[in-house]
Write a protein that binds this ligand. Structure first.
Ligand code: GDP
Ligand code: IMO
Ligand code: MG
Length: 445
């Protein structure tokens, strides 16, 4: 029995959806704690691809309860579309629940997000344009609309009319955008409220019930450590806390119920949007990673920037999240390479730096210092145990585990659920290092 947090250890899109789906077979409850429809989590099961933005990736297991927690921001239009798409694919949403204290993304949030990006010019963040920042800004400003408000059909028109009136001033006067018509927006959102009403609950209470019943709870992170509002590469971050600590805040539970934190990292690095990226590859290797890894955003379709694995960032993710172990994904993408580089330190101001610098301008100047390892130049997508892996691939994984000082619990070699090596089952298995940093014998299951 264990309560597990799954988080992204890089800049998002690490394969959290795949890993959450995989672990959900042992979970009774899966909770999304932060983020909104900026997330795009892909799950591939028996050749069928599911792209989830808000609904937890445990939804494909009919018995698993899936909760969209209090720390998320919910765009009802997108959520309803997602529910409809799942139903059309015969996936039940009977076990889907929505927190009444989550905040609601409104049309003015989306408009302001896009207009603000344009206004930022060279300082643009490269947001997903889904209204995430402005929704969280209203939450902090205490002018947000919560699911509770959406469900109150008596009080919603007045509250929304006030909010639209206020936002229209910003839309018109600052951004020169045609103002929204309050009546139309109110009618639209009252319609959404009726569709979503059956799903709404007190989510903290529901999670607590699961804790008391000693159920397995999985907390599915969205985004990634380096996109964290407080600990990421500010200002090129999202507006929530994707790190492990954020899971408890967003789900409404205490940290003492967490048994294990799993970080998901690609065998290389990607980033969407603006911001520094020391190991970014702009030449043919970057193109190869992008093509072989199909590195195009699940939410926006944008091409992801690609680069070598950055162990400084990896070590930072271990520290900030208190990672117990790692799931390394997309190892297969490296299959063709003759040699593979790993960033082991940075050079900045003539000095060698072994830690992630929290000063953004220092980070922007960091140049990677690489260690080069031999590639394996053979397919790995069929491997199901560590023993099936080519020696160089196993050595690569051991090198990463050694650098980051955490065991690797899962290795992913393809998008499908079955294209996975479970070195250790982080839910049922004892806490033991199977890919040991010191290179001791590897056991497989
Ligand atoms: P998330 O946001 O962290 O859930 O990740 P995304 O779903 O946005 O992006 C990960 C992409 O890689 C998806 O298209 C997955 O289907 C795919 N994927 C996941 N694991 C693997 C893997 O081990 N190998 C390959 N080739 N693709 C993978
Ligand atoms: P998943 O859960 C990758 C990035 C955006 C942008 C920055 C701010 O699929 O890993 P926002 O719209 O949140 O204000 O954009 O954050 N970003 C992501 N990048 N994966 C994600 O989610 C992301 N969610 C936001 O590209 O750089
Ligand atoms: Mg994604």
């Amino acid at each position: 029995m264990a309560n597990v947090i799954v988080i992204g250890a890089q800049w998002g899109d690490e394969g959290k959806g795949k890993i959450t789906d995989l672990l959900s077979r042992s979970a009774d409850v899966v909770v999304r704690s932060q983020g909104g429809v900026n997330a795009g989590h892909t799950v591939v099961v028996q050749g069928q691809t599911f792209k989830l933005h808000l609904i937890p990736s445990g939804i494909l297991y009919p018995e698993t309860e899936c909760i969209i927690g209090s720390g998320t921001v919910i765009d009802p239009q997108v959520l309803i579309e997602e529910i409809e798409q799942l139903k059309a694919l015969n996936v039940s949403v009977d076990n889907l629940f929505i927190s009444q204290t989550a905040h609601v993304t409104m049309p003015y949030h989306r408009l302001i997000d896009r207009a603000a990006e344009e206004r930022r010019g060279e300082y643009k963040i490269g947001t997903t344009g889904r209204g995430i920042g402005p929704t969280y800004a209203d939450k902090s400003e205490r002018t947000g609309i919560r699911i509770l408000d959406l469900m109150n059909s008596e009080h919603l028109p007045k509250k929304l009319a006030w909010a639209i009136d206020y936002k229209n001033v910003i839309l018109e006067k600052i951004y020169n955008i045609t103002p929204l018509k309050p009546d139309e927006v109110i009618a639209e959102y009252l319609k959404y409220a009726n569709i979503l009403r059956p799903f709404v609950i007190d989510s903290s209470l529901k999670v607590d019930e699961a804790v008391r019943e000693k159920k397995n709870i999985l907390f599915e992170g969205a985004q990634g450590t380096l996109l964290d509002l407080d600990h990421g590469t500010y200002p090129y971050v999202t507006s929530s806390n994707p790190i492990a600590g954020g899971a408890c805040v967003g789900a409404g539970v205490g940290p003492t119920i967490i048994d294990r934190v799993i970080g998901v990292a690609k065998a290389y690095t990607t980033r969407v949007g603006e911001g520094p990226f020391p190991t970014e590859l702009n030449g043919s290797v970057g193109t190869l990673l992008c093509d072989r890894g199909a590195e195009f955003g699940t939410t926006t379709g944008r091409r992801r920037r690609c680069g070598w694995f950055d162990a400084i960032i990896g070590r930072y993710a271990v520290r900030i999240n208190g990672l117990d172990c790692l799931a390394i994904t997309k190892l297969d993408v490296l299959d063709e390479l003759e040699e593979i580089k790993v960033c082991v330190a940075y050079k900045v101001d003539g000095q060698t730096c072994h830690h992630f610098p929290s000063n953004a301008s220092t980070f922007a100047q960091c140049e990677p210092i690489y260690k080069t390892l031999p590639g394996w130049q053979q397919p790995t997508t069929h491997c199901r145990t560590l023993k099936d892996l080519p020696k160089q691939a196993l050595d690569y994984l051991k090198f990463l585990a050694e650098l980051m000082e955490v065991p690797i619990a899962i290795v992913s070699l393809g998008a499908s659920r079955d294209q996975t090596i479970i070195v250790e089952d982080p839910i049922h298995g004892p806490k033991r290092a199977l890919l040991d940093p010191d290179g001791s014998p590897v056991t497989t299951t």
